[in-house]
Design a protein around this ligand. Structure first.
Ligand SMILES: Cc1cc2nc3c(=O)[nH]c(=O)nc-3n(C[C@H](O)[C@H](O)[C@H](O)COP(=O)(O)O)c2cc1C
Length: 186
């Protein structure tokens, strides 16, 4: 297959949709983020890239804490709203019902079936965006979304982001750490 150069861009084929929760001036604020991933296994860490202009960033800097909340597909309207309206112009504290965990300063959404409570481990100034690496202090999940002690993707029904569109998880293709065993030269 012939390749074509598309120019440099932070391309990822798919991304998770998350709500970054932070307490700004003592009020919960949530912003939509797709530029997020796992950063470390032990200790457990995640990371998210925030543009310098985000209101949420003020809260993260203020408290050194934040949360990542996983919305389900049925919560797409609220999730998108938090991505098109800034806390600078609109109070977003009532979009979700907030609860607090061990850190006390990272608001989490009751409506989102999975919540990660994080303490900032490091922040990395990359340019337009600051990459926040957070140590996961606790994970909360709706009881009915848990199978064998872990959030169950079929029950959580998370949103996937690609090509300016929200998607649902599709069909299972194969088992990871297993399909490769069928490689012809195994
Ligand atoms: C689908 C989607 C994904 C987004 N991902 C990010 C992201 O990863 N990082 C970021 O800084 N902004 C991202 N944004 C933009 C912010 O969510 C948006 O600017 C929001 O209004 C910021 O809210 P705040 O100013 O209250 O923090 C995204 C928006 C949408 C709709």
């Amino acid at each position: 297959m012939e390749k074509t150069a598309l120019g440099p861009m932070p391309y990822m084929s798919i991304m998770p949709i998350l709500l970054v929760g932070a307490l700004v001036k003592e009020k919960p604020n949530y912003m939509t983020a797709a530029w997020a991933s796992v950063a470390c296994m032990a200790p457990p860490m995640v990371c998210v890239a925030l543009n310098r202009s985000r209101y949420t960033l003020k809260g993260i800097e203020e408290n050194g804490t934040f949360s990542l909340n996983v919305p389900s597909a049925k919560g797409v309207t609220e999730a998108d709203y938090c991505g098109i309206v800034s806390g600078v112009v609109k109070d977003k504290s009532t979009v979700y019902t907030s609860f607090f965990g061990k850190l006390g300063t990272a608001p989490m959404s009751k409506e989102c079936p999975v919540n990660l409570e994080c303490r900032v481990f490091q922040s990395l100034e990359c340019g337009s965006h600051i990459l926040y690496i957070g140590e996961v202090i606790e994970v909360y999940a709706d009881r009915e979304c848990v199978t064998d002690g872990k959030p169950d993707v079929n029950k959580v029904n998370p949103l996937v982001y690609s090509q300016t569109t929200y998607w649902k998880i599709g069909e299972e293709v194969a088992k990871a750490f297993s399909a490769g065993k069928n490689y012809v030269n195994w």
